[in-house]
Ligand binder design. Structure first.
Ligand SMILES: Nc1ncnc2c1ncn2[C@@H]1O[C@H](COP(=O)(O)OP(=O)(O)OP(=O)(O)O)[C@@H](O)[C@H]1O
Ligand SMILES: O=P(O)(O)OC[C@H]1O[C@](O)(CO)[C@@H](O)[C@@H]1O
Ligand SMILES: [Mg+2]
Length: 463
């Protein structure tokens, strides 16, 4: 029990504020504990010092300090998370585990790897045999047409090579009581939920309902977001793969622009509320003249605007490349009353095509201000191509570690938590915290300044 005695204890260190991690024993007494089956696993060496992680193993949220500031006051508020990894004692008898895995929201490279590793990890690390895939997102828990599929290592062995999610995903269809009723009815006692910010908010509701019903069911969330818009974790799996794939679109736009008279290559990249993909693709490409993201509003006409800047670039270089995140400039595009209300199944506002709008605005501007002169705008919208690919090597490893971390935490009885990388190490973070944390691009930091150095674009601050 040493592991648990420490779980809410802030006296481990006077400067650490260890985040409370929900545990099944918070509301269920006298749960049986078991020796971790890894103890008898021929491939592991649990007797080695440091193999098992205890509650006193923590990861600090903030790692940068200015030592010139005497006794930094912020140390008093230093947040820490429990470190992920196998615990000496578990709260599940593997032969009694019935695990469910579900994928929700949009696609992201690596979803299949996470599913695969949950199956392989549960099976090979802990000896769990009852593992089920819930098809078609949250609605798949309770709708009759979606049959839950039993998953086993042989079935999933090459899933990490596939883009998408073999389980299928969907938006909307979140019906809390039907979902928890179905979980209870099916006898699931471990539920692994893979999805983005909306999915994590749904997972919090499920967890809270499970606690309200006092069920011996552990709920785990694994953040998936190609937009990288989930906070606290370093980044989401699949993000790097998406950025890498986006490079191909930018390269093509550059080639097209260079090969035309007054050529503009325009690339629209995913990013609903955050411009991380556009930003990272811009930084790695170095061919981009202007990067537009939702966090930094822009304007077209007048001094310091887009048209003035692009006019100068065309004069100087004969071509220009513009990258725009899909959520950028939405406030500039005229919308009909119906378009203002349009939402997807999950309630997310539907965006208008900023790339198509920009292309037409560029043409109008050019014809108006440069009559008779050629302008070529090549618009590339790779949309789903950047997220419907298999994960690259780095993301695949990330998916494995995040899945195995999730399993260790669940087997140790934790619930209502997320496993994810914090400062390069895997941590357990309360689901509620992750569901609320956003991760916008910080346009005040060095990275955004670096984008502006690489592109030379204006800051779009009217002055
Ligand atoms: N606030 C919420 N409370 C409960 N469930 C939610 C909430 N927001 C979204 N959901 C449910 O979560 C699932 C996925 O949500 P959504 O379609 O917004 O994708 P996401 O998880 O945010 O992923 P992404 O945006 O990366 O595609 C849907 O089934 C949706 O109904
Ligand atoms: O067209 P769909 O599948 O609803 O998803 C589009 C959205 O999903 C995301 O890829 C996030 O998963 C956003 O970048 C994009 O706005
Ligand atoms: Mg979302």
């Amino acid at each position: 029990m040493a592991d648990l005695d420490l779980k809410n204890n802030n006296t481990i260190s006077p400067v650490v504020n260890l985040q409370t991690l929900p545990h099944l024993t918070d509301y269920l007494q006298n749960l049986q504990t078991f020796t971790n089956p890894l103890h008898n696993n021929q491939f592991y060496h649990p007797s080695d010092h440091g193999f098992y992680i205890s509650s006193s193993d923590v990861i600090l949220r903030q790692i940068l300090y200015n030592l010139a500031v005497p006794a930094p006051p912020q140390l008093d508020q230093q947040l820490a998370y429990h470190r992920a990894g196998p615990r000496q004692q578990t709260y599940f008898d593997p032969s009694c585990v019935k695990a469910a895995i579900v994928t929700c929201g949009g696609l992201c490279p690596g979803m299949n790897t996470v599913i695969r590793e949950l199956v392989v990890g549960l099976s090979e690390l802990y000896g769990v045999t009852q593992i089920f895939g819930v098809p078609a997102g949250y609605r798949g828990f309770y709708t009759d047409e979606h049959v839950h599929v039993q998953l086993y290592p042989k079935l999933v062995h090459n899933w990490h090579k596939k883009g998408g999610t073999v389980l299928a995903t969907s938006r909307g269809g979140f019906n809390l009581h039907k979902i928890v009723d179905a979980i209870q009815h099916q006898g699931y006692n471990q539920v692994y939920i893979i999805g983005g910010d909306g999915t994590m908010r749904g997972a919090v509701d499920i967890y809270q309902e499970v606690v309200r019903r006092k069920l011996n069911i552990s709920i785990n969330g694994i953040p998936k977001t190609v937009d990288n818009d989930v906070g606290i974790i370093d980044k989401s799996f699949g993000f790097q793969t998406a950025v890498e794939t986006a490079q191909q679109a930018i390269n093509a736009a550059h080639v097209e622009a260079e090969s035309a008279v007054n050529g503009i290559g325009l690339v629209k990249l995913m990013g609903r509320n955050t411009g991380h993909i556009a930003l990272h693709a811009t930084l790695s490409s170095r061919d981009v003249d202007c990067c537009l993201i939702p966090e930094n509003s822009f304007y077209l006409e007048g001094e310091g605007g887009m048209f003035e800047f692009l006019g100068e670039r065309l004069k100087k270089n004969g071509h220009a490349v513009v990258v725009v995140a899909e959520g950028a400039g939405q406030e500039l595009i005229p919308r009909s009353a119906a378009q203002k209300e349009e939402r997807d199944e999950s309630g997310n506002l539907s965006f208008l095509d900023v790339g198509g709008w920009l292309k037409s605005e560029l043409k109008h501007w050019w014809d108006r201000d440069h009559p008779g002169e050629l302008l070529t705008v090549k618009y590339i919208d790779p949309t789903y191509m950047i997220r419907a690919v298999p994960a690259n090597a780095t993301d695949n490893l990330y998916c494995t570690l995040v899945a195995h971390s999730a399993i260790h935490g669940v087997m140790a009885g934790y619930t209502g938590f997320v496993s994810g990388p914090v400062n390069g190490n895997y941590a357990y973070i309360p689901l509620e915290e992750v569901a609320q944390a956003k991760n916008p691009v910080n346009t005040k930091d060095h990275k955004w300044a670096w984008v502006r150095t690489v592109t030379n674009q204006p800051d779009f601050v009217k002055g």
